[in-house]
Write a protein of this length. Structure first.
Length: 117
């Protein structure tokens, strides 16, 4: 049975797999990370320092890409599908639907089911 990671665990997992494009990431791990990056962006926007915002965005770029690729792996898709996001609206909708899908509950070509107890 797959357990759901919490907010802090998701952030720790993302940073501990900073540039890891292999393996799988669960839905909860991914969406907690999205919330974290949104909150960090919100704080940077409120502070209003463009240099800080740019530095934070640059620091979060690689873990964000890695987590997106691992999330696509979790549903059996190649990480190359992330380029679908370059298509305005249609590509974004398809990616959001895929990223919301539950994990494949069996091992796939990208690895075992994440966070199984």
């Amino acid at each position: 049975m797959q357990y759901q990671v919490n907010f802090v665990q998701a952030i720790q997992l993302a940073f501990s797999n900073y540039v890891n494009f292999n393996g799988r990431a669960s839905r909860s791990e991914f969406w907690w990370w999205v919330l974290f990056t949104f909150l960090v962006g919100l704080v940077c926007g409120v502070i209003g320092n463009q240099w800080l915002t740019s530095a934070v965005n640059l620091a979060l770029l690689l873990p964000n890409l890695g987590l997106n690729v691992r999330r696509l792996h979790d549903i059996g898709k190649s990480g190359w599908w992330l380029f679908l996001g370059l298509l305005p609206i249609v590509g974004w909708i398809i990616l959001i639907v895929w990223l919301c899908k539950p994990s494949d509950m069996q091992d796939n070509q990208y690895g075992p089911v994440p966070h199984c107890a």
